[in-house]
Design a protein around this ligand. Sequence first.
Ligand SMILES: [Zn+2]
Ligand SMILES: [Zn+2]
Length: 265
Amino acid sequence: MTVKNMVSRALLAALFTMVVVGCSGDDEEGGMVASEQSKVLNREKTGSSAYDLLSAETYSKIVLEFIYVEGYEPAAQSVENLKSFIEARMHKPGGIVIEERWIDSPGLSEYSVNDVFELEKEERMRYSDKEEGEITVFAFFADQASDKNEGNKVTLGAAYLNTSFVIYESTIREVSGRAGTSGRISMESTVLQHEFGHLLGLVDLGTPMQEDHLDEENGHHCDNEDCLMYYQAESGGGISGLINGGSIPQLHAQCLADLRANGGK
Ligand SMILES: [Zn+2]
Ligand SMILES: [Zn+2]
């Protein structure tokens, strides 16, 4: 299978998940030179790098590259919360590095997963490197909504490749700004950690289930209503019910057991 086919298949899978859920760059001069070979490592389907993310066997260090449209950066506390989540679940003794930078708005009125992937190809500078023992994750914080939104069924985030996800930051700000909803930081932290959970192979998405807890109707999600991986964590209609009193939902026992059995902690 060619790389191109692999990517389009992986993207199709991401689109499919979202529907069910309802929810050759130029090398930088003097910067990191990403060969075509190393880009291949970051163009696999969602969940397929779960073991590499969880364990330290091949990669002891993780670099997160966050690209946001100017003015749509995540709150510093949300990024800190994600870092704590990674520290708690993944073996990365070589360190966790988070790099953030902004770009001008691409000027789109909404984003398909394909639009985000095109943008990733332009903007992503960090690619996984086995020799360096460094795995990289890319996230884009969008200034416009998902093209999948319909009425009050809005998507807050989506993991679309093995080390790539998008956060619909403008939608999170809109939804969290409404009366009776949880604040922006708890909502943003929940969506960030939920999408990261998909990269870690949850649920039944590259990390085998130790016991059955798959919510089959809602794709690769957990059937426990209080769990971080419950499907409503990434959809605007239901997320507030999941964030009780502003606290970020945790992974419940069966999700944790899956991660531990696949190299995590
Ligand atoms: Zn999800
Ligand atoms: Zn769970």
